[in-house]
Ligand binder design. Structure first.
Ligand code: ATP
Length: 211
């Protein structure tokens, strides 16, 4: 049975959400045949344990500000409300239970590729969702144990495939934005105008050790 819809889920710290996140998704939205994108701010990312982040409230608010005028995007509180370490497998179990007929595409930047084999319950994740890999650093090589999962966008089904999205690369990182704010450099071009205002108004990232 063909999927009833294709939903992209984009997990991240989003501290802050930036142009690299939103514009990469926008560029491939139609080709990926998504009906919508769910931004999924993490409570604590498994590979960033111990890293200090802005509050869940601020990270959620900035994701909403950057996307609220685009009906293709929504921002989920699922991981923030679950709190603790945000394992993708737990999130996908919830989403799959409420959407049994939807194709679920978990979106990651290509800088995540090498770590994918270490994700908790990766086999189960691939029973629940596909991975869509955004070009970020230009890495195109899957870890050997995942090579057999490679697919074209058209070839993927409800779950189980890994697809390279072929978006234009946008060289922005949240780390660089936080550093720019802390050192008083120009950062406004890298984020949505409303996010820039939010950062300034709430004095986020004013000292580098908060990043
Ligand atoms: P940090 O610099 O704090 O590590 P980040 O900029 O990588 O943050 P995250 O919120 O950690 O942002 O990233 C969420 C997801 O978005 C990850 O899968 C990451 O690879 C991807 N991503 C981030 N920036 C880009 C970009 N410029 N182009 C494509 N994907 C990106």
């Amino acid at each position: 049975m063909p999927p009833s819809e294709r939903v992209a889920i984009y997990g991240g710290t989003f501290d802050p959400i930036h142009r690299g996140h939103v514009e990469a998704l926008d560029a491939v939205f139609d080709r990926m045949e998504w009906s919508r994108v769910v931004l999924m701010p993490a409570s604590t990312q498994p590979f960033k344990l111990g890293a200090r982040t802005s509050s869940p409230f601020d990270r959620h608010a900035m994701a909403v500000l950057a996307t609220h005028d685009d009906p293709r995007f929504e921002v989920s509180k699922l991981e923030l409300e679950r709190s603790g370490v945000s394992y993708t497998v737990d999130t996908l179990e919830s989403l799959r239970a409420s959407r049994p007929d939807s194709a679920l595409d978990w979106v990651v930047g290509d800088d995540n590729l090498a770590l994918l084999p270490q994700w908790k319950s990766l086999d189960r994740i691939l029973e629940l969702a596909n991975f869509v890999v955004l070009a970020r650093e230009g890495l195109r090589v899957l870890p050997p144990e995942l090579e057999a999962r490679a697919s074209t966008p058209e070839g993927r089904g409800l779950a189980g495939s890994i697809v390279f999205a072929e978006n234009p690369r946008i060289e922005v990182s949240a780390t660089d934005i936080r550093r720019r704010v802390a050192t008083g450099e120009h950062f406004e071009d890298f984020v949505d105008r409303r996010v820039a205002e939010y950062i300034s108004r709430n004095r986020l990232y004013v000292t580098e050790d908060e990043s």
